[in-house]
Design a protein around this ligand. Structure first.
Ligand SMILES: CC(C)(COP(=O)(O)OP(=O)(O)OC[C@H]1O[C@@H](n2cnc3c(N)ncnc32)[C@H](O)[C@@H]1OP(=O)(O)O)[C@@H](O)C(=O)NCCC(=O)NCCS
Length: 173
């Protein structure tokens, strides 16, 4: 399967991929550390090799996207994995998808807002605090921008109001 849920057989490759993108095995998000290699997610494979990976955790009806990375550019892999995740969330009665990113990550802010995510919180100085817990968080990120703050983005999945209709914005009968 070129794209689909992480299978047990993928676990080692997933851990290796994550180690390349998020060294140290832990990711700071929502004020805590996650271990994405133990979480659920979706992978994009080419010739059996991981070229994209999204990991998430679900808690009390809220899905948190923990990581999203792709190695091939310009193929829409990030979009495909995120849309697959949104579909999965809907099917599992998740009403909110949250993720965090840092103030420097302009490509991610562009990417998620184009998919409908909204910025719902800015935690000023959160990354400076997180650096005390996880000293390998870099001081400087994309385009030389100093990393200080965490932004929380949300995609609100409207409940299915009309029986039998499954769209985000069901047509008014
Ligand atoms: C954020 C990130 C995952 C986005 O992934 P991506 O695959 O580059 O994003 P897209 O799906 O938008 O694809 C990029 C391009 O492929 C093109 N594309 C080709 N085929 C496509 C298709 N079928 N569907 C959508 N886009 C397609 C798009 O036009 C897009 O080009 P554009 O940005 O000029 O419009 C990626 O930038 C990344 O790995 N960043 C580093 C890690 C990170 O910051 N992660 C997010 C925080 S957790």
């Amino acid at each position: 399967m070129p794209r689909g849920p992480i299978q047990d057989a993928d676990r080692q490759a997933v851990a290796t991929f994550l180690e390349q993108h998020w060294p140290g095995g832990a990711v700071f998000s929502h004020g805590r550390l996650f271990h994405p290699h133990r979480e659920q997610g979706f992978v994009e494979l080419r010739n059996g090799k991981i070229v994209g990976l999204l990991t998430y955790a679900v808690d009390h009806g809220v899905m948190r996207i923990i990581t999203l990375n792709r190695t091939l550019q310009g193929e829409g892999i990030g979009t495909a994995l995120t849309l697959m995740t949104i579909d999965h969330a809907r099917q599992n009665n998740v009403t909110r998808i949250w993720l965090t990113t840092t103030n420097d990550n302009l490509p991610a802010l562009r990417f998620y807002q184009r998919l409908g995510f909204r910025i719902i919180q800015v935690s000023v100085g959160a990354m400076d605090k997180a650096r005390k817990l996880k000293p390998d968080i870099p001081e400087v990120g994309y385009s030389g921008i100093p990393i200080h703050d965490e932004l929380v983005l949300e995609l609100y999945l409207m409940p299915h109001i009309y029986p039998g209709q499954t769209g985000m914005f069901p047509a008014i009968p």
